[in-house]
Ligand binder design. Structure first.
Ligand SMILES: Nc1ncnc2c1ncn2[C@@H]1O[C@H](COP(=O)(O)OP(=O)(O)OP(=O)(O)O)[C@@H](O)[C@H]1O
Ligand SMILES: [Mg+2]
Length: 316
């Protein structure tokens, strides 16, 4: 199942549909991505099919954001080919919905939630100065889909981080994309809100039958929802089920150092030398304008994975 280089796993060969009759939404064919003179991804091939929810994991700098930007046609592949719905990638592909990792400061805005969604429809999809009937219908549709109709009447400054994420997800669904690229939607959310965002994305993804790449620093909030995991590290990628990918040999190769995988009460901890690597990498991004901040601070030098940090005191 390890799709690095030419070792493509069963069910993930590029090109033809698999035995299950899945239809490829995203195909990488021996793709190499370089940024700033460094190779971020090397000779990588995998296929994501319609209706798949893929968790994208990997340490800081592994290339999760770069991969999404490459799928959007914003980072050119220096080798190989990336196809979305069979077409070579290009900028402005309407079949892709994208939630960037760096989101503009929204917390202090008095703008209504609905206007935030509508602005995206006007600005990015149709280039219209004011919402026309078609735009309004689409905005209504996506707000309904995410259960955001009522909260969209309130100003962003009065919404919780999880509620704002709901509206940002609605934005991504404008124009009926077939592939969603959600870059770190859980950052700055507490475990309870993380759970509701993951469940919301799962519900919408299944309802629409679309494919989702959902990047995160921690696997556990995604465990019950994802179909497969795409793990990036050391310029290579592994795509497969959690049981196939989250193993000592696969992750040791991706991290370039010995990794232990611990399973405790249905949760999985990826450890390096006694330190939980996913948590260790995790860094909450604060809202830039301070309008809505979360309350916990994380130590990045704590040696004990079973400490009191949020991931260990809440079931997600
Ligand atoms: N514009 C750029 N020019 C040069 N190098 C870049 C650029 N953007 C990112 N990089 C580098 O590319 C590598 C991959 O970055 P990327 O943002 O894709 O990682 P990531 O997996 O999304 O990390 P994080 O978990 O921190 O979001 C990093 O080493 C980063 O420093
Ligand atoms: Mg990133």
């Amino acid at each position: 199942m390890i799709p690095t280089g030419h070792q493509t796993p069963a069910g993930a060969q590029s090109g033809a549909p698999t035995a299950r009759g899945d239809r490829p939404v995203l195909e990488l064919d021996n793709v190499t991505l370089d940024l700033g003179g460094r190779t971020i991804l090397r000779d990588t091939s995998f296929v994501v099919n319609q209706g798949e929810f893929i968790g994208v994991l990997g340490p800081n700098g592994a290339g999760k954001t770069t991969l999404m930007r490459a799928v959007l046609g914003l980072v050119p592949a220096v080798g190989g080919a990336i196809r979305v719905l069979g077409q070579t990638v290009e900028r402005g592909n309407a079949s892709i919905g994208y939630m960037p990792q760096t989101r503009s400061a929204l917390a202090g805005r008095r703008v209504r939630g609905r206007d935030l969604v509508a602005m995206a429809a006007d600005g990015h999809r149709w280039g219209l100065p004011h919402a026309d009937a078609k735009t309004r219908t689409d905005v209504d549709r996506v707000l309904e889909l995410v259960g955001g109709t009522t909260l969209s009447k309130r100003p962003l400054s009065e919404l919780s981080g999880g509620e704002r994420q709901r509206l940002l997800l609605a934005q991504c669904l404008l124009g009926n994309p077939k592939l969603l690229l959600l870059d770190e939607p859980l950052i700055s959310l507490d475990p309870h809100h993380q759970k509701s965002v993951v469940e919301l994305v799962r519900r919408v993804q299944q309802e629409l039958g679309i494919a989702v790449l959902f990047s995160a620093h921690e696997l556990n909030p995604l465990l019950n929802s994802i179909d497969r995991v795409l793990y990036l590290g050391s310029g290579v990628a592994a795509l497969g089920t959690v049981d196939e990918v989250i193993t000592r040999p696969v992750l040791s190769r991706l991290y370039g150092s010995p990794i232990d995988v611990m399973r405790v009460n249905g949760r999985i901890f990826v450890m390096s030398g006694g330190v939980e690597v996913e948590k260790h990498d995790h860094d909450h991004e604060h809202d830039e304008d301070g309008g809505h901040t979360h309350s916990h601070s994380h130590s990045h030098s704590h040696p004990d994975p079973h400490d009191s940090r949020d991931g260990h005191t809440h079931d997600v």
